[in-house]
Design a protein around this ligand. Structure first.
Ligand SMILES: Cc1ncc(C[n+]2csc(CCOP(=O)(O)OP(=O)(O)O)c2C)c(N)n1
Ligand code: SF4
Ligand SMILES: [Mg+2]
Length: 351
C-alpha cells in the first residue's frame, strides 16, 4: 500500500554508485498497481537509470498527471521533488517549474490517456517549445485507472477485452513529437529493460525536449488476444532499429557490439550514445526519414523501437527566451527590480 514505507535497512554489500548511494536510495513507496503491470517495470528502469547516472535525488523533479501511469512517481525516487498535477496538465506545470529553476532535471511521467486525449494540446506545446525534460508516456492503449476504455493510441481494428472493435484512427505520439520538433525521440517496451534503461539515461543527459513512448501492457484490461498493446503482441511485432549503450563523459567508451556495427553519437555535454545498428539503412539524425520509416513500418503492423531521432546540438526553451544562466528563483531583488532610474531609461528609449 502507498502508505507503507519500504524498510530502510539493506545488505551492507549492495553495490554503490559514485555518490555512495545504493538502489534503495532511488526507490519510493510500495506500488499499489496490479501485479504484472508494465508501469512497474518502467519505474524499475527509471530507478536503474538514476542509480547508474549517480543523480543526487534532490536534483530531480518528477511530475505527472492522473492515471495509473501518473501514480508511479510515488513508487520511485522517494527523495526527489514531486508534483502530481491535474489530468493532462503535467506539461504546463513542468514548463513553469523549468522556467523558474533551470538547474533541476525534469522528469514528466504520463499516460496515453493523459497525453493523447485531455492533455494532447499541453503535450504538443511543451514539445514545440523545446522544454528541457524527459517526457515518458507509459502507453497501454487504454484508460487503465478508469477501467479499460480505449484511449487515443489504441490501434484501429484492435479489440477491447469485451470484444468491441476500435474504429477510430490512432494517434502516434512518436510521430507527433517528431513533427513538432522534439530533439530526442524514442520508443521502447516495458518488457525490454536492456533497451529502456540506456534510453532513459541518454534522455536525461539530453539538453532539450526528450520524448520516450514506452509500450506498457495493462494486464487488467488490455493484455488479451486482439489487443495490439499486449505482451505477446508487442514481443511478436517489436522491430528495434538499434540497441544502445550510454557512455557518460567520465567513462571510457567500451561497447560490446561487433566492430563495424556501431555508430557513436556524441552529445553536447560530452556523453556518447553508442548505437548498434540493427536496421542498416536507419539514420538516427534524419528527422524526415524517421517519420517516413515509422509510417511505412507501422502500416505493416510493426512496432518500431529504439532511439528514433536525436539532434546533437539541441536548443531548449531557455535558449529561445534568452534567459539568464542564474535560475530565476535565485535572482535577488536588485536583479528583479532594477529601480526607477533603469525604468526611466527604458521608457526614454521607447519615446
Ligand atoms: C479532468 C478529468 N477528467 C477525467 C478524469 C478521469 N480519469 C482519470 S484517469 C483517466 C485516464 C487515464 O488513462 P491513462 O493516462 O492512459 O493512464 P493509465 O491509467 O492507463 O496508466 C481518466 C479519464 C479525471 N481524473 N480528471
Ligand atoms: S489497471 Fe492496468 S494500468 Fe492500472 S495498474 Fe492495473 S494493469 Fe496497470
Ligand atoms: Mg493508459
Amino acid at each position: 500500500m502507498t502508505y507503507l514505507a519500504k524498510p530502510k535497512f539493506h545488505h551492507p554489500a549492495l553495490p554503490k554508485n559514485a555518490l555512495g548511494y545504493t538502489h534503495r536510495d532511488y526507490e519510493g513507496s510500495i506500488s499499489t498497481l496490479c501485479a504484472g503491470c508494465g508501469h512497474d517495470s518502467i519505474s524499475a528502469a527509471i530507478i536503474e537509470a538514476c542509480f547508474e547516472l549517480a543523480i543526487a535525488p534532490h536534483r530531480l523533479a518528477k511530475l505527472s498527471g492522473i492515471g495509473c501511469s501518473s501514480k508511479t512517481p510515488t513508487y520511485f525516487l522517494g527523495q526527489s521533488h514531486g508534483f502530481n498535477s491535474v489530468h493532462g496538465r503535467m506539461p504546463s506545470v513542468l514548463t513553469g517549474a523549468n522556467l523558474a529553476n533551470r538547474e533541476l532535471i525534469y522528469l514528466g511521467v504520463s499516460g496515453d490517456g493523459d497525453s493523447a486525449s485531455i492533455g494532447f494540446g499541453q503535450f504538443a506545446h511543451a514539445i514545440r517549445r523545446g522544454v528541457r525534460m524527459v517526457y515518458i508516456v507509459e502507453n497501454n492503449g487504454v484508460y487503465g485507472l478508469t477501467k479499460g476504455q480505449f484511449s487515443a493510441t489504441a490501434d484501429r481494428g484492435s479489440k477491447s477485452k469485451r470484444g468491441t472493435v476500435n474504429r477510430d484512427a490512432p494517434i502516434d505520439l512518436v510521430g507527433i513529437a517528431l513533427q513538432l520538433g522534439a530533439t530526442f525521440v524514442a520508443r521502447s517496451f516495458s518488457g525490454d529493460k536492456e533497451q529502456l534503461v540506456p534510453l532513459i539515461e541518454a534522455a536525461i543527459q539530453h539538453e532539450g525536449a526528450a520524448f520516450i513512448d514506452v509500450v506498457s501492457p495493462c494486464v487488467a484490461f488490455n493484455n488479451h488476444a486482439g489487443s495490439t498493446k499486449s505482451f505477446d503482441h508487442v514481443r511478436a511485432h517489436n522491430e528495434a532499429v538499434n540497441r544502445l549503450d550510454f557512455v557518460t563523459p567520465r567513462a571510457p567508451i567500451e561497447v560490446s557490439y561487433a566492430p563495424g556495427t556501431v555508430e557513436l553519437v556524441e552529445q553536447h555535454d560530452g556523453s556518447t550514445i553508442a548505437l548498434e545498428k540493427l536496421a542498416a539503412d536507419y539514420d538516427v539524425t534524419d528527422r524526415l526519414a524517421a517519420m517516413s520509416y515509422l509510417q511505412t513500418h507501422s502500416a505493416q503492423g510493426h512496432i518500431v523501437t529504439g532511439l528514433l531521432y536525436v539532434d546533437r546540438e539541441p536548443e531548449d526553451l531557455h535558449r529561445h527566451l534568452d534567459t539568464v544562466e542564474t535560475p530565476l528563483n535565485a535572482l535577488g531583488e536588485s536583479d528583479l527590480c532594477p529601480g526607477a532610474a533603469a525604468l526611466d531609461a527604458i521608457n526614454a528609449g521607447l519615446r
